[in-house]
Design a protein around this ligand. Structure first.
Ligand SMILES: Cc1cc2nc3c(=O)[nH]c(=O)nc-3n(C[C@H](O)[C@H](O)[C@H](O)COP(=O)(O)OP(=O)(O)OC[C@H]3O[C@@H](n4cnc5c(N)ncnc54)[C@H](O)[C@@H]3O)c2cc1C
Length: 331
């Protein structure tokens, strides 16, 4: 099985999802290539080999940083020269743009929002949650090209695979084209789980402790409480979708089906009802504490600690208590 993983590189390093997908691909295929769009791939080679990549393929053109057209030309060229059974993408705005354009260019099938992939009878099969995640569909591919697969953020866990000590490095020598400069893609909001000016700190999908606020915060000012509690717990603030829709917080802070999937040790949900689309993003957390005024809120059916109370009362008390405890410990 020959697989290509199109990696996301942020701040000079492949994203957690990219490493996870490379390692997962290595557990399925004997020939796994990791493709990166960077000015020079040298510094990434050892790390990608550690995740099981036998080959690192690099598109070093500057234009590939912002131009989907450049990326499409490069990957299409690669696919015309080498045969891949599958091209796998950790989801991002850019990856979605690229995968969709590639599907058209290559006449290839594209499945998206996948949460697992495996080999069955010599072909790739994948899992795609549907109907609001209530059902898991087992999907395959048809079409002429390789199986194109976009994965839901945070859904693939890194697996232990035999590291490849010295992956080969291949530079994809795609010819620049006039169209490359016509459209340049920059994301207006941060990617799910990515840092943004507002949520600077550890990324949501890597956070050990998360304090999340929902519509129950009442106003944008309510978010200050969530931030305070997150700070005193050395955690990361997050929100449910309505908080983003109201413009109180950036999309990068959203947990859930269409936000970031998180797995912290501790998840404190304040004023969040626990609807399915939020639940699928956080139910794998270690301990879930829920603060909600409504004793019938769905979140109370799956949390570990239920606090039936007004968050405006409980959260400041918790912050005070934790600060006092910290001061005591320091003194
Ligand atoms: C296709 C699709 C994708 C979606 N993706 C996502 C997603 O990624 N993430 C996401 O979060 N949602 C998502 N949603 C929306 C989801 O269905 C819910 O509407 C949303 O999660 C509800 O957010 P909430 O719990 O903050 O608000 P609500 O459901 O309105 O709950 C607010 C809660 O706050 C409580 N409350 C009110 N005041 C207080 C107080 N003072 N103190 C304590 N508790 C209080 C209330 O009792 C209530 O339970 C999606 C929906 C669809 C259709």
């Amino acid at each position: 099985m020959r697989l290509l993983v199109v990696c996301e590189v942020r701040d000079g390093a492949p994203s957690t999802d990219s490493f996870a997908l490379v390692s997962h691909a290595a557990s399925l295929g004997d020939d796994v290539g990791a493709l990166v769009f960077v000015p020079t791939a040298d510094e990434l080679v050892a790390a990608l080999g550690g995740a099981g990549a036998r080959r690192v393929l690099a598109v070093e053109h500057e234009a590939a940083a912002t131009s989907t057209a450049a990326r499409v030309d490069a990957v299409a060229l690669l696919c015309s020269r080498q045969t891949f059974d599958g091209v796998l993408f950790p989801a991002s705005v850019r990856a979605t743009d690229l995968a969709a354009a590639l599907a058209v260019r290559l006449g290839a099938g594209l499945n998206w929002d996948l949460t697992d992939v495996r080999v069955a009878d010599g072909a790739l099969r994948a899992t795609r949650p549907i109907l609001g995640d209530a059902t898991l569909a087992d999907v395959g591919w048809k079409g002429d090209g390789p199986a194109l697969a976009l994965f839901r953020p945070g859904s693939i866990a890194r697996v232990d695979v035999e590291p490849v000590p010295a992956p080969t490095v291949e530079v994809v020598d795609v010819e620049p084209h006039d169209t490359w400069g016509l459209v340049s893609v920059t994301t207006a909001g941060a990617e799910p789980g990515a840092e943004s000016g507002e949520s600077a700190g550890p990324r949501l999908d890597e956070a050990d402790v998360i304090v999340a606020g929902g519509r129950g915060l009442g106003t944008s000012d309510g978010l200050a409480l969530v931030r305070e509690l997150a700070e005193v717990l050395d955690g990361v603030p997050a929100v449910s979708m309505p908080v983003v829709s109201q413009g109180w917080a950036p999309y990068s802070m959203q947990v859930g089906q269409t936000g970031t999937i998180v797995k912290p040790r501790l998840y404190v949900a304040c004023g969040i009802s626990g609807q399915l689309q939020h639940r699928v993003g956080m139910e794998r957390s270690g301990t879930i504490v829920a603060v909600n005024t409504d004793p019938t809120a769905p979140i109370f059916t799956f949390c570990d600690v239920a606090v039936v109370a007004d968050l405006n009362v409980v959260v400041p008390q918790l912050v005070e208590l934790l600060r006092a405890r910290r001061a005591g410990a320091a003194g």
